[in-house]
Design a protein around this ligand. Structure first.
Ligand SMILES: *Cc1c(COP(=O)(O)O)cnc(C)c1O
Length: 404
C-alpha cells in the first residue's frame, strides 16, 4: 500500500491556503499541480545549461540537446512507441490534433468522411471542422447515450469505406467516461481509416501502450501529467508521419533550403519548426519518471476509491444529479443541483478553499445533449484524499443552504 500522504508532501502548492482555508484542489482535469522534482529540473536547466538545441557544437548546447532527446526516449518508452522518432514534441494536445488535422486537410478528398464523437473536447472537434471545410470532407458524429457512453451501434452504422479518419477521446474530461478505444480502433482499421486518440485526460490515470492499442496517432499534454504547460506530445506511426505534410515551416524542420525547392528534415524534426519548449520537454520526462515511480496501476486503484467515495457522498445531497454515469469511468465527477446555477456553487465553495471547475468544460455538445448550461466538475489526482472530499461535501452543503 502506497503512502499517498507522503507523495502529497512533494507538491509545494498543495500546502497553501485559499481565503484563509486549506486548499482543496479538485480541478486536476484542467491542469495538475507539479511535484518539487519537476520544479527543480526547470530551475536547474536555466541555472546551469540553458542553450539552444540541435545546432550548437558547444558544450551547453550538447547538454541541452542530450537532455531533450533523453526525455523523448523516456516518453517513447512510457507509451511503448516502436521508435523515438514517432514522438513529436508539441505545445500540447490541442496542437497535436491541429498538426494531424491540418495534414489531413491536404490528404482528404471531397466526399471523404471524418468521424468524431459527441463527447469530444472542442480541441478534437474544431480542427476537424476546419479540415473538412478545407477539403470538402464530411464530419460525422457518433452520439452518446444518457449515461455518457459512446453508442457503438451508431458508430458501426456511420463507419464505411468513405471513412478516412476516426478521432475520439480516450477519457472524457467532462464526464469521466473511459471509451472502448481498442475496439473502436479495430473497427476503424477494418475500413482502412486512420485513428487519432485524444489522450489528454487519460495519461495521468491509465497506462497507455500505443502498439497494443494499434492507434495511428495519440495525443497528450504534459501539464495534465504533473509536468509544465506549453509542452505535449504527438505519437504517430512512422508511416503516417512520413505521409503527412509538415505543419509549420521554419528553422530545424528542413534539410536544405533554396528559393526554388526546400527539402524537409526527417521525422520527428519535420514537425518541430523553430526553437521548441526545451525545458518543458526535459521536465515532461521528469514528470513521467515521477508517475512511474508511483505506478499507474496503484494510481488508478487509489483514484477509483476516491471516485467511488465522492460519488456516494454526492448522492446523499438532495436535488443533486450526477451527469455521466458510464460503467467505466476515470477520476472525474460532474453534477448539477436543481435550480442552482453551477457558477454560483463554484464561487461559494471557492470562498471555502475548494477549487472545482464550473461551466461547459470545452464540451458544449455534451451540455446540449443533457440540456444543461454547465456542470460542477470535481476531478481528482493521486494527491487528493478522502478528507478533502469530506471538506468539499461540507462546502457544497453550505452553498446549497445559502442558495436555496
Ligand atoms: C485538456 C484537454 C484537451 C486540450 O489540452 P490542451 O493541453 O489544452 O491542449 C483536449 N482534450 C481533452 C479531453 C482534454 O481534457
Amino acid at each position: 500500500m502506497l503512502d499517498f500522504e507522503q507523495i502529497r508532501e512533494q507538491f509545494p502548492l498543495l500546502k497553501r491556503q485559499v481565503n484563509g482555508k486549506p486548499l482543496v484542489y479538485f480541478d486536476n482535469a484542467a491542469t495538475a499541480q507539479k511535484p518539487q522534482i519537476v520544479l527543480d529540473v526547470i530551475e536547474k536547466y536555466y541555472q546551469t545549461y540553458n542553450a539552444n538545441i540541435h545546432r550548437g557544437v558547444h558544450r551547453l548546447s550538447q547538454e541541452a540537446t542530450d537532455a531533450y532527446e533523453v526525455s523523448r526516449r523516456k516518453i517513447q518508452k512510457h507509451f511503448n512507441a516502436k521508435d523515438a522518432k514517432e514522438i513529436i514534441f508539441t505545445r500540447g494536445t490541442t496542437e497535436s490534433i491541429n498538426l494531424v488535422a491540418n495534414g489531413f486537410a491536404q490528404l482528404l478528398d471531397k466526399g471523404d468522411e471524418v468521424i468524431i464523437s459527441e463527447l469530444e473536447h472542442h480541441s478534437n472537434i474544431v480542427p476537424w471542422q476546419l479540415a473538412c471545410e478545407q477539403s470538402g470532407a464530411i464530419l460525422r458524429v457518433i452520439p452518446i447515450n444518457d449515461k455518457g457512453e459512446i453508442v457503438l451501434e451508431a458508430f458501426y452504422q456511420i463507419l464505411s469505406n468513405k471513412t478516412k479518419v476516426v478521432a475520439v477521446s480516450h477519457v472524457s474530461n467532462t464526464l469521466g467516461t473511459i471509451n472502448p478505444i481498442k475496439h473502436i480502433i479495430e473497427k476503424a482499421h477494418q475500413v482502412g481509416a486512420a485513428v487519432l486518440i485524444d489522450g489528454a485526460q487519460a495519461t495521468a490515470h491509465l497506462k497507455v501502450d500505443v502498439q497494443e492499442l494499434d492507434c495511428d496517432f495519440y495525443c497528450t499534454s504534459a501539464h495534465k501529467m504533473f509536468g509544465p504547460t506549453g509542452i505535449g506530445m504527438l505519437y504517430g506511426k512512422e508511416a503516417w508521419l512520413r505521409k503527412l505534410p509538415p505543419y509549420q515551416g521554419g528553422g530545424e524542420m528542413i534539410k536544405e533550403v533554396t528559393f526554388t525547392k526546400t527539402t524537409y528534415a526527417d521525422i520527428p524534426f519535420k514537425f518541430e519548426a523553430g526553437t521548441p519548449n526545451i525545458v518543458g520537454g526535459i521536465a515532461f520526462g521528469t514528470a513521467i519518471d515521477f508517475i512511474n515511480e508511483i505506478g499507474l496501476q496503484a494510481i488508478a486503484s487509489y483514484e477509483n476509491e476516491l471516485l467511488a467515495y465522492a460519488t456516494d457522498k454526492l448522492r446523499e445531497i438532495p436535488n443533486l444529479s450526477i451527469i455521466g454515469t458510464a460503467a467505466d469511468k476515470a477520476a472525474v465527477v460532474s453534477f448539477v443541483i436543481a435550480n442552482i446555477h453551477p457558477f454560483d456553487v463554484g464561487s461559494i465553495i471557492d470562498k471555502l478553499g475548494v477549487a472545482v471547475r464550473t461551466g461547459h468544460h470545452c464540451t458544449q455538445p455534451i451540455m446540449q445533449h443533457f440540456k444543461i448550461p454547465g456542470t460542477i466538475r470535481a476531478s481528482f489526482a493521486f494527491y487528493n484524499t478522502q478528507k478533502e472530499i469530506d471538506m468539499f461535501i461540507e462546502s457544497l452543503k453550505k452553498s446549497v443552504q445559502m442558495l436555496a
